[in-house]
Design a protein around this ligand. Structure first.
Ligand SMILES: Cc1ncc(COP(=O)(O)O)c(C=O)c1O
Length: 378
């Protein structure tokens, strides 16, 4: 079992999470306070020791590794030409807006949602339509009626986060199929951001259903976005990839890149390969650790602040806490007053909610939870 319990000092390492507000204890942006798998670190060392860092291409064993990953984990036999290598997923969201939308046309998504989903339409001078998720049988899902009511003839793209950030839902095959059928009916590109799909906390109970698992006729309008960055904690290296099965969609997507994207960093390619090739035992240990942190967080908040609403977290190391039924008016400020730096729900499209990152040492989480519950009980 890997040891995730040892605290690692991250202040002063140029860390967005730790250095943005060094006066506060950070539980916000989605990276974890753990070192990456030793095999990833070794692969980076080997590439660095070579000493020459010229322009890179995705080397053949990386491509084979990605194809192996797609086959084994997602059950998709991916031809090499369908893979588009990227320096990050957020640029891919922006590319899609520019490729498939024009001024005044619409991007559709459901809230609460990872903040860039609510901003990328600006890159194409498009407009945003957002529809709240609804709770049915204690589970957050799509509001099909509201989606039908709000979609317009000039809506071009649906942005999906699956597993869902920030609510930690793993959408079922029926939900994804219904969503893809909705996209077909309204002629939308389905952009499926699956960056968190290897962070499903109980894969037997809530298996991942990728857009790549859709029947071919529906899959043909999808762009699936994947990356090793969240799972193996290498977001700072910048590597992600898109799978685009349809030739003409793929051509439009790559055409808008123009000269806007930098070359992908030569070290990131090797880290990605090592993560997918050798990271599985580490990932299993990580999931065990995260499950315990998730259970600690949900049971503590539900017990101490019963009016706060924490959904069942099926995936990610992020907890969405809805504080709207509490007395506390500004939960983010109240948390800051007690020394904690959390993500503010308003950037996800929902005021008076917070997101807590529990990808950290249990001891540190425990202390933070105690402060958080005290602050929310004010
Ligand atoms: C749903 C989702 N997409 C994309 C990203 C970021 O991707 P990248 O760092 O590759 O741009 C995140 C990071 O938290 C995320 O949660």
């Amino acid at each position: 079992m890997m040891n995730f319990d040892t605290p690692i000092a991250r202040n002063g390492t140029g860390s967005l999470k730790w250095d943005r507000r060094s006066d506060l204890d950070p539980f916000w942006v989605a990276d974890m306070d753990f070192t990456s798998p030793p095999e990833v670190i070794d692969a980076i060392h080997r590439r660095v020791d070579h000493g020459v860092f010229g322009y890179a291409v995705p080397h053949s064993s990386l491509v084979e590794t990605l194809q192996g990953y797609l086959q084994e984990r997602i059950g998709y036999a991916c031809p090499e030409e369908e893979i588009i290598h990227l320096g990050g997923l957020v640029p891919a969201l922006s590319l899609a807006a520019r490729a498939f939308g024009k001024t005044g046309e619409k991007v559709l998504t459901c809230t609460p949602i990872y903040p860039p989903f609510l901003g990328i339409h600006h890159d194409a001078s498009m407009d945003l339509i957002s529809v709240n998720h609804i709770k049915i049988n204690e589970q957050w899902t799509f509001d099909w009626q509201a989606l039908e009511d709000k979609v317009t003839p000039d809506t071009k793209i649906f942005l999906l986060s699956n597993p869902q950030n920030p609510m930690g839902r793993v959408f079922k095959d029926e939900e994804i199929t219904q969503l893809a059928s909705f996209c077909e009916k309204h002629d939308l590109i389905l952009l499926s951001d699956e960056i968190h799909c290897d962070l499903i906390l109980d894969e037997k109970r809530t298996p991942h259903f990728s857009a790549l698992n859709l029947p071919e006729s529906l899959r043909d309008r999808t762009i699936t976005l994947l990356a090793p960055s969240k799972t193996y904690n290498i977001a700072g290296l910048g590597y992600a990839f898109a799978i685009i099965p349809n030739d003409s969609i793929r051509r439009r997507f790559t055409a808008v890149r123009g000269h806007t994207l930098p070359e992908i960093n030569c070290i990131a390619y090797y880290a990605a390969e090592a993560a997918y090739k050798h990271g599985e035992p580490w990932r299993q240990d990580l999931l065990t650790y995260l499950r315990e942190n998730r259970d600690l967080l949900t049971s503590t908040i539900r017990q101490k602040v019963p009016d706060a609403n924490v959904p069942d977290i099926e995936a990610t190391y992020l907890a969405w806490v809805d504080c709207r039924s509490l007395q506390v008016r500004d939960p983010v400020q109240a948390a800051e007053d007690s020394g904690l730096f959390l993500s503010d729900g308003k950037f996800f499209g929902e005021d008076r909610c917070v997101r807590i990152n529990f990808g950290t040492q249990t001891k540190r989480l425990k202390l933070a939870l105690s402060k958080f519950c005290d602050a929310m009980g004010l």
